[in-house]
Design a protein around this ligand. Structure first.
Ligand SMILES: Nc1ncnc2c1ncn2[C@@H]1O[C@H](COP(=O)(O)OP(=O)(O)O)[C@@H](O)[C@H]1O
Ligand SMILES: [Mg+2]
Length: 362
């Protein structure tokens, strides 16, 4: 029997357009003999809509769902009870749509940080990817790094600050040296991140990071190679071969290098590493994934610094366009894009069964 799948995309994050492209690629690859796909688009101001394929038609290079464009599509809301397991159209029809599974491909705050995952859990809808606990842990750089450190996973030294008055050169100098990376704790896409190469730059960098979060981290900057592993699985996760991101003409993998400069970085698959380095990278990626309680999938980003690996971060909803690192790494390892989607859906159902086993009988 066909299953109804809600593909959820868009949202308020600065990766809105990437999310739409990921969703377009996922939609094109999902086997329509297996799935009836319902397109749920979250517009740039946060409104939810039931869309159709015209959502990807756009006058701009990159498709987006602006508030104005979204008015074409009926508004929709999640029904927060585990009986309906679905959505209600807020248009005149008040149509109720029950779904078998949700596939959120949303990035950043309200998409990747556990909030959306919590909403789907309330509604009893199985969903692809990390659960709410893991999503929120992985979104918080400070919490996730502390957990990794406590479990002997190497991370670069860092300090956490909750207000700018606490930040002083003296305090920092007792733990770290220049250059520093100043980052909002809960964000992504390199937004609000600065590299600080002289003490004069510190105040501005701290001010900027606090614009985006009430908690920031200041981390030891280092000369690094950026190695990424695509990990998939629930209790027995597996890692792809590692790939490498090489920012070109940018001091680091900044917002500009990621999204504004089409030649901002090279993706190297597989990363040029010695066989024993490949083993270490994969092992570290899987350990970090398990420690941070991830299920489904995640991209684990590592730094290679003077022969030593450090875990930088675990992205629970990495870019999923057909040219993104995550699917490309698995393609190299022999798993095609559409097979990957089926695997992720299967993992989501398995996890949901376990999580809800106790509640279903109530
Ligand atoms: N400690 C560091 N040393 C060197 N480069 C860093 C460091 N921290 C971050 N970077 C650079 O900044 C980029 C973004 O930082 P990251 O912590 O991954 O934040 P985000 O979640 O926004 O991707 C990294 O991909 C890397 O290029
Ligand atoms: Mg990153």
């Amino acid at each position: 029997m066909k299953e109804t799948l809600a593909l959820i995309f868009g949202g308020k994050s600065c990766e809105h357009e990437i999310s739409l492209i990921s969703a377009k690629n996922i939609h094109a690859s999902l086997d329509k003999n297996k799935y009836d796909v319902i397109l749920i688009g979250i517009d740039k101001s946060g409104g939810w809509h039931i869309c159709d394929e015209s959502v990807w038609e756009d006058s701009q290079d990159l498709p987006s769902l602006s508030k104005e464009k979204a008015e074409r599509y009926p508004a929709v809301a999640v029904i927060p009870d585990t009986k309906t397991r679905g959505f209600i159209s807020l248009g005149d029809s008040k149509q109720i749509v029950s779904v078998d599974i949700a596939f959120p491909i949303t990035h950043g705050p309200f998409g990747e940080d556990g909030t959306l995952q919590g909403l789907l859990r309330m509604a009893g809808i199985p969903y692809v990817g990390a659960d709410l606990l893991s999503s929120s842990i992985c979104m918080d750089k400070s919490v996730s790094k502390k957990l990794l450190e406590a479990n002997s996973i190497p991370v670069l030294p860092f300090m956490e600050f909750r207000n700018s008055e606490e930040v002083s050169r003296k305090r920092i100098e007792s733990h770290l040296k220049l250059p520093l990376f100043v980052k909002p704790s809960n964000l992504g896409s390199s937004v609000g991140i600065s590299k600080v190469k002289s003490w004069e730059e510190l105040e501005e960098a701290v001010k900027n990071a606090f614009k985006f979060d009430s908690k920031i981290i200041i981390e030891q900057g280092a000369e690094v190679r950026e190695i990424e592993c695509a990990v998939i699985g629930n209790s027995y996760p597996e890692s792809s071969v590692p790939g490498e991101i090489i920012p070109i003409n940018h001091e680091f993998y900044s917002y500009k290098a990621k999204y504004e400069d089409p030649n901002g970085a090279d993706l190297i698959i597989p990363a040029k590493l010695y066989p024993d380095q490949v083993d270490v990278a994969k092992r570290l990626a899987i350990s970090a994934y398990k420690i941070l309680n991830v299920s489904g999938f995640a991209r684990v980003d590592l730094f290679l610094c003077r022969g030593n690996f450090f875990v930088n971060e675990v992205n629970t909803l990495p870019g999923f366009t057909s040219i993104s690192m995550f699917p490309k790494l698995w393609e190299y390892s022999g798993i095609k894009y559409n097979e990957l989607l089926d695997k992720l859906i299967k993992l989501a159902k398995e996890k949901h069964k376990l999580d809800f086993a106790l509640f279903l009988d109530l």
